[in-house]
Design a binder for this molecule. Structure first.
Ligand SMILES: *Cc1c(COP(=O)(O)O)cnc(C)c1O
Length: 450
């Protein structure tokens, strides 16, 4: 059997025009935005790969479910359907809706952490780190050593370094580690999956020290598919069964439904601890809303309930992982340095290797992202020194692929632009900061070319 093209497993029912701009317009727009792609208007972008968060195309079933949304303040049946959908996959007793993932993080860390604590993770996402450190606790990244080398291939490069976890807990004392987190897939580490064996090993350390394990579940379905493809013993299990097995090992989770919830907004926080859930709901009422809506409309809860199950469909996951891999494989073939192997939701360009003449203090990732916009109207995002400051381990530019949004011809165009920029990379210059905020500076910093 010849290998056939893996097609988009959907047809298009509603279209949204995207607009071209000229290079001269883009130069002017970029300067007005302080050379920060977050400050551009999306009307001025042709292909938006800034994020896969909240940018999914919803299905006919999701839109239909939204009409069923019940907007009652308390006790909405939309909440019941949402809670049951979450329990059906994640299995946790207490399901607390939030307006997005970071609200779940803020509530979790506010209740569990204090100054002097340490929170290990395979790699903290930017909002996770910021919310954790806002409580005075220290966010510690413990990726496996292989993760530090962008060119190294490893089937589960998102894994946590279990020996380093054991060492940390022993050194600081279990009483100062209120929880351990695992991010699946590892977003900051390149969208790389975590194996079931690693979750089990981390859980064993947690159990020995009586520390709860929480999963940052944003891309749980993509992670489950990688386990099915790559981990011995899982080939014949469904992604849903794999997800259920993974969450059965955890004590709770935080989730952004804007990723593998296939929704445009929403999130949740889960736990099996009734006392914690009580404290979390008290905080929820203060800033998010009553526990049966948590800052979301009833129709959002409905869209998430349907989206969580759609994200676990095998046809969808096969297409999803194959289409991200398609972009990655074309770039690898042309010699463009990317984080290997291709991740689940994004391709990460290795800006340090792409632009070796630009020092880290001049933000090679930002320089590359700016160039992709100038050349082809493509928006990407730096994940490096501008985002993480001194914590940055690599200088990456993420090309995040929104779910069910772009077709193969859009991706072919992205490849063409990237190869053009790669061919004249020696001419690209670095940047310096003009102004910045004390937290999460990458969202609002203004820069200028050096
Ligand atoms: C997006 C994301 C979050 C935060 O979720 P929001 O919905 O954007 O607030 C947390 N962790 C990871 C790994 C993420 O990718």
């Amino acid at each position: 059997m010849p290998e056939r093209t893996i097609i988009e497993p959907f047809r298009i029912k509603s279209v949204e025009p995207i607009r071209r701009t000229t290079r001269a317009e883009r130069e002017r727009l970029l300067e007005a935005a302080g050379h920060n792609l977050f400050l551009l208007e999306s009307d001025h972008i042709l292909i938006d790969l800034l994020t896969d968060s909240g940018t999914s195309a919803m299905s006919t079933e999701q839109w239909a479910a939204m009409m069923r949304g019940d907007e009652s303040y308390a006790g909405s049946p939309s909440f019941t359907r949402f809670r049951d959908a979450v329990r059906g996959i994640f299995g946790f007793e207490h399901v607390i809706p939030t307006h997005q993932g970071r609200a779940a993080e803020r509530i979790l860390f506010s209740v569990m952490c204090k100054k002097g604590d340490f929170v290990p993770n395979n790699a903290h996402f930017d909002t996770t780190r910021a919310n954790c450190e806002y409580t005075g606790a220290q966010a510690i990244d413990l990726p496996i050593p292989e993760a530090r080398n962008p060119a190294q291939i490893h089937p589960f490069k998102g894994n946590m370094d279990v020996a380093a976890l054991e060492e940390l807990v022993t050194r600081v004392g279990a009483v100062h580690v209120p929880l351990v987190m695992l991010t699946v897939t590892n977003n900051s580490g390149g969208g790389q999956p975590v194996s079931m064996a690693n979750v089990r090993a981390v859980k064993a350390v947690c159990s020995r020290h009586q520390i709860p394990l929480y999963i940052d579940a944003c891309r749980f379905a993509e992670n489950a598919y990688f386990i099915k493809m790559r981990e011995p013993g899982y080939q014949h299990r469904t992604p849903k069964e794999i997800a259920q097995e993974m969450f059965a090992l955890a004590d709770g989770c935080t989730m952004s439904a804007k990723k593998d919830g296939l929704a445009n907004i929403g999130g949740f926080l889960c736990t099996n601890d009734a006392q914690l859930a009580g404290q979390e709901k008290d905080l929820l009422i203060l800033t998010e809303g009553f526990p049966t809506y948590g800052g979301l409309a009833g129709r959002d809860l409905e869209a998430i309930a349907v989206g969580l199950d759609e994200a676990l469909e095998e046809d969808y996951l096969q297409y999803r992982i194959a289409s991200v891999g398609y972009l990655g494989d074309h770039l690898i073939k042309a010699g463009v340095p990317i984080l290997q192997p291709p991740g689940g939701h994004a391709i990460y360009l290795d800006a340090r290797a792409f632009l070796p003449h630009i020092p880290v203090e001049q933000f090679p990732g930002v320089a590359l992202a700016n160039e992709l916009y100038l050349e082809g109207g493509i928006r990407s995002v730096e994940i490096g020194t501008l985002m993480f400051g001194v914590h940055a381990k690599n200088e990456l530019v993420r090309l995040a692929i929104p779910r069910r949004v772009y077709t193969q011809s859009h991706i072919d165009y992205v490849i063409e632009i990237l190869l053009d920029v790669f061919a004249r990379r020696a001419d690209i210059r670095g940047l310096s900061i003009v102004s910045q905020a004390p937290f999460l500076r990458h969202f609002s910093a203004r820069l200028k070319p050096v």
